[in-house]
Design a protein around this ligand. Structure first.
Ligand code: ATP
Ligand code: MG
Length: 261
């Protein structure tokens, strides 16, 4: 799919609600309340919000793993009613096939689709990009958590989904690897600007990576603020503008510095 076609990707969240039945009794837990947003190919939406505000639940509904309770989610007008290879998800914890090597994990979908031969260079490039070419014949159990997460990322990104869903994909990485991976993920997204939606606990990561930052409120989870980040890439983490965005998000989350009376 070309970039122009990607720009046409439209994800529409229309009055989306999600509730779960509580384990005991007939009570209902309202997790997501009335989310109304439209996102397009070429955008990188970073979602921040306190633990339990429904970030993963929102991503899982977009992926089609779980249904909405009310409202609808559509991609270019077609209702999301299950999973689709065009919506790729990377989870908080790496989910790799333990019986396959690093390389076999990354090339898994190509193999299933019978297009491995013509994509073998791509697999090699990806192994180099994530710095795991030397580890290509290792099994997931032999990798550190960070390395395993890079394989999980590579495995999803290499399939070029139209919508890339990332649930705290970089949380397990050490600070240096994490900053490198932020640039790598951005580089991959910019090469072929699909719609990326990434949950993160790091406000700085959200500002560094997102074209938009969606701040969620909790109990029930809803959109508190959608902030467009108007800065060129690569972004300077210590610039005034960056710090202003950081303060704006902290204030939205009620962690702002109180001015003295
Ligand atoms: N399958 C489920 N059944 C019942 N309750 C659920 C289910 N999945 C999520 N929840 C509840 O929904 C709320 C939101 O959970 P979710 O995992 O989406 O939060 P989150 O924002 O991703 O949190 P974190 O930042 O800790 O990952 C929580 O109260 C959680 O207990
Ligand atoms: Mg979560």
């Amino acid at each position: 799919m070309t970039n122009q076609e990607n720009a046409k990707i439209e994800l529409k969240l229309d009055h989306v609600y999600k509730s779960f039945a509580k384990k005991e009794g007939k009570e209902i837990l309202n997790v997501i309340e009335d989310i109304n947003e439209t996102f397009h190919g070429g955008e990188f939406v970073a979602i921040v919000g306190q633990s339990g505000c429904g970030k993963s639940t929102l991503l899982r509904m977009i992926a089609g793993f779980i249904p909405v309770t009310e409202g609808s989610i559509t991609v270019n007008g077609a209702k999301v009613i299950g999973t689709d290879p065009n919506r790729g998800m990377v989870f908080q914890k790496p989910t790799l096939f333990p019986w396959l090597t690093v390389q076999q994990n990354i090339e898994f979908t190509f193999k299933m689709r019978g297009i491995l031969k013509e994509n073998s260079e791509k697999v090699k490039d990806m192994l180099n990009l994530i710095g795991l070419y030397e580890f290509r014949n290792e099994f997931p159990s032999q990798l550190s958590g960070g390395m395993a997460q890079r394989v999980a990322l590579a495995r999803t990104i290499i399939n070029q989904p139209d919508i890339l869903l990332l649930d705290e994909p970089l949380s397990a990485l050490d600070a240096f690897t994490r900053m490198n991976m932020q640039d790598e993920v951005l580089g991959l997204w910019q090469m072929r600007p699909q719609l990326a939606i990434m949950v993160t606990h790091e406000i700085e990561e959200a500002i560094y990576m997102g074209t938009k930052v969606l701040v969620m409120d909790k109990n029930p989870g809803k959109v508190q603020k959608l902030i467009s980040i108007d800065m060129e890439y690569p972004r300077n983490r210590s610039s005034n503008k960056f710090v202003e965005y950081r303060n704006e998000i902290l204030e939205t989350l009620h962690f702002g510095v109180k001015e003295e009376a």
